[in-house]
Design a binder for this molecule. Sequence first.
Ligand code: ZN
Length: 184
Amino acid sequence: MELLCLDIINSNRFGEYLAKPGRDMLNNANWLHVLVDKWNLDVKFPIQSNDLKILQELRDNMQQAVKYLNLDTKLCAEELVKVNSILKNTPCQIKLVYKDGNFVLQDIPLCDSWANVIWSTAYSFAKLISEYDITRIKICENKDCGWIFYDESKSRTRRWCDHKICGNLMKVRRYRERQKQTEQ
Ligand SMILES: [Zn+2]
């Protein structure tokens, strides 16, 4: 499942999970261009340092919340300080629109450029944890990866961001460990 909040959450590829230095894609203008194109967001480049800081803080807050969920720790509203403050402080307009044969309510933020990206990210995360199954929000089991995804599998058993990448890698790692043990 594609969600703006998941793209932002996964924008620091190597956080505490990897020994390698962090690579924050929010600092990468090309990555941001691809992101805003993908989500059809109209922004002015370059991103201002204050907006970048808010987006990074929001990402940290969302990542922390997902870690809580994965540790089966009760996630309470107090944990979502940044997400909530963005939603609370962005004026919004609610519109009734006719879409694909149905009426739907649309929330439209009354702000533009990066403030809109920030709001849309917080809103997409709020939707994810309020309207979807939070037990399906998972962290790739490869500790060196840490990719966060929504498990849409019927069996709810998806363990990797990508079974061809991290799944295979972990398989090989387990195989080598077993080999080592039998050799000893
Ligand atoms: Zn992975």
